[in-house]
Design a protein around this ligand. Structure first.
Ligand code: 0RA
Length: 653
């Protein structure tokens, strides 16, 4: 261990610290981190507008690589900060976590509390300009990251806030250019921004959000008067709702504001999307527990009250329902707003505040009880109870089947027949490739390093796990082979400590079928082995799309851009396009896709659960209409990897 003396200590201050360790503030310097810069600015504008000081936020992606956000709120304070002696604008964009410096009472609830602040965007930008429209005056300030004697000084105020004219407008306009010395790629992705804004518009009913892409002349206006009711309706649009419209509850208790919209659909999975102060909480937490407790209690009460005392219905009364039974086919959005939120969990996306549980339970209990007490909603109650009864019956049947399977020890014996396992028993280094097709599987078996790499070939498309019941999912041979090989079990029985491979790598062709298989597998992991995703064990392999050869050299290209870059410099070359994994030799597959020192892997994250769910539903739901439209509209799409090849989330290389 080296010893430090004071002259070696680097004094990290403010914005330069952000540039020194961007990962600590925005996670990555890949595509996700880049977009984080924009979320910070958007969140500030939304906070202002959502708190009633305006009604409109306009986001523009400009041709020069900048992004801008305009709101019609009160305008960032322009007067000097009493202690810091610089304008409020300068405080907001140069002080880390400046939000609190204006006192905690500016906004009742703030999503920004979770964010790292607009100053981080400034620190990681080439330049950032702010225009404030306030009290009839227009003000302007500019910040730049300037290089001096080989050192970059981040976010320096190069034009101090000054009055530049009169105006009848009010609000704030922020425009910035992400720094290409920090980010490898500074191109904002329209779809990513659009999805985020859509979610924001759902969560803040009545707010007008506009997105304009000047690079492509795309334009979209988002405004949902129904708020999360419209959100649920959009989530169930491609499925078969059991009733319309969604049940909606809204109430405030002890400074906690709770909204819930829920519906049931003709499927067997549970989908609860929860938020705290507009921040998604895919890992759940106390608010979700409160909601689930209320739902179970209210529906049990409903059964007691509505089951008649005759012989036939008495049997129903004896069904021992568990909470899960009441959530089969449930699609719900739960959005709460509260102060002093604490996040926990693997990815800090789980609400930890204990007080939230009882508050959400109280609001939901009261709201749902009132809903079902109304004569006109009795039928909806009955529909839900019928669904729960069938869930309980299937659950009991599945348990019997599982007990039987266990006793016969089927799980481990014959099922793993197709698995070419590795010789190492060390789960920390072991990898399993789930490979599309028997022939590619064969190639992978020859090409692998058998010490730590196992190969599981998949024949045809494995079952679509959206449509099937849990017992049918378990019965499918491809799926059971995967479950058996991975070792953790599924659902409630899932045990991460039994994981046999640290990396589970999906390897499919770079075509529509391959993408479909990837979607299906991700859905399956998302629904039944979710901790593997939150724990970062699931990866997507990246086989090359092209091989470029000259007389004395070869290049593998993984994207069209790479191909263009390489061929631009060459005169005589031959080009091979790989249509499938099967076209590669074992050695080629090893070099390009499997060798840990050369390959690229994309780690699958949970963050885009909503997008993934929607896309997966569209791909696999019963209704082919939207799916066809989607395929036609996105013939070339690679959306499930919202992550791009150059993202720094990818493994090494
Ligand atoms: C603190 C206080 C006031 C406004 C804001 C912050 C504010 C911040 C942002 C960020 C983007 N748009 C914004 N709009 C407003 C109130 C100041 C006053 O009443 O003078």
């Amino acid at each position: 261990m080296a010893s430090y003396d004071s002259k070696d200590l680097i004094v990290l201050e403010g914005l330069d610290a952000v540039r020194m360790r961007p990962g600590m503030y925005i996670g990555t310097t890949g595509v996700k981190g880049l977009h984080h810069l924009l979320w910070e600015i958007i969140d500030n504008a939304i906070d202002e507008v959502a708190n009633g000081y305006g009604n409109k936020v306009e986001v523009t992606l400009h041709k020069d690589g900048t992004a801008s956000v305009l709101d019609n709120g009160r305008g960032i304070p322009v007067s000097p900060h009493p202690k810091l002696k610089v304008s409020g604008v300068e405080v907001v964009f140069t002080q880390l976590h400046a939000g609190g410096k204006f006192g905690d009472n500016n906004y009742k609830y703030s999503g920004g509390l979770h964010g790292v602040g607009a100053s981080v965007t400034n620190a990681l930008s080439r330049y950032l300009e702010v225009t404030v429209f306030k009290d009839g005056k227009k003000y302007f300030a500019r910040f730049e990251s300037v290089e001096k004697n080989g050192k970059i000084h981040s976010g320096m105020p190069v034009v101090k806030l000054k009055e530049v004219g009169n105006t009848t407008l009010k609000g704030t306009y922020v425009r910035f250019l992400p720094d290409d010395r920090v980010f490898r790629d500074i191109t904002f992705d329209y779809d990513t921004v659009y999805e985020r804004l859509k979610e924001t518009a759902f969560l803040n009913k009545g707010i007008h959000i506009e997105l304009t892409d000047e690079r492509t002349n795309k334009h979209e206006t988002l405004c949902y008067e129904g708020g999360i009711r419209d959100y649920v309706t959009s989530l169930t649009m491609d499925k078969k709702p059991l009733f319309v419209p969604p049940i909606y509850i809204e109430n405030e208790i002890e400074d906690t504001y709770v909204t819930l919209a829920m519906q049931y659909v003709d499927s067997y999975t549970e989908n609860i999307f929860s938020y705290v102060n507009n921040i998604p909480t895919p890992e759940g937490g106390t608010h979700e527990v409160g909601f689930k407790t209320a739902l179970t209690k209210v529906l049990n009460d409903f059964i007691k009250k509505h089951t008649k005392d005759n012989a036939k219905d008495k049997k129903d009364k004896e069904i021992a329902f568990i909470g899960d039974d009441f959530r089969e086919g449930l699609v719900a959005v739960l959005s709460i707003k509260m102060k002093s939120v604490q996040f926990e969990g693997q990815t800090k996306t789980k609400l930890g505040n204990v007080e939230a549980r009882a508050r959400v339970e109280a609001v939901c209990s009261q709201g749902l009880t009132e809903f079902f007490a109304s004569k006109k909603n009795e039928n909806i109650g009955n529909i839900i109870i019928e669904k729960a009864k069938s869930a309980a019956r299937v659950r009991q049947a599945a348990k019997r089947a599982k007990d039987l399977a266990r006793s016969k020890n089927i799980e481990t014996s014959m099922l793993i027949g197709k698995l070419a396992n590795c010789t190492s028993k060390n789960a920390d280094i072991n990898e399993i490739f789930i490979v599309e097709g028997d022939s590619a599987g064969g190639t992978a078996k020859q090409g692998r390093d058998r010490y730590f790499q196992a190969i599981l070939p998949l024949r045809g498309k494995p079952l679509n796990s959206e449509k099937k019941r849990i017992d049918q999912v378990l019965a499918n041979e491809e799926i059971r082979t995967i479950i058996g090989a991975i070792g953790t079990g599924i659902g409630e029985d899932f045990k991460l400590e039994n994981l046999k491979y640290n990396k589970i790598i999906i390897l499919s062709d770079a075509d529509q079928d391959g993408m479909h298989i990837r979607c299906i597998l991700l859905t399956f992991f998302f629904r039944y082995m979710r901790p593997l995703i939150t724990n970062g064990n699931i990866y997507v392999g990246m086989p090359p799309l092209y091989k470029v050869s000259t007389k004395d050299k070869e290049w593998y290209c993984y994207t069209d851009e790479e191909l263009n870059d390489i061929t631009a410099k060459l005169k005589n070359y031959t080009l091979q396009r790989y249509k499938g994994l099967g076209e590669m030799s074992a050695e080629q597959l090893w070099t390009t896709t499997m060798d840990p020192s050369k390959r690229s892997l994309i780690r699958v994250t949970l963050e885009d659960a909503v997008i993934a769910d929607k896309e997966i539903t569209m791909w696999m739901g019963d209704d082919v209409g939207p799916r066809k439209d989607y395929i036609n509209k996105n013939a070339n799409f690679n959306k499930i990897d919202n992550f791009k090849k150059n993202d720094s989330d990818k493994e090494d290389k």
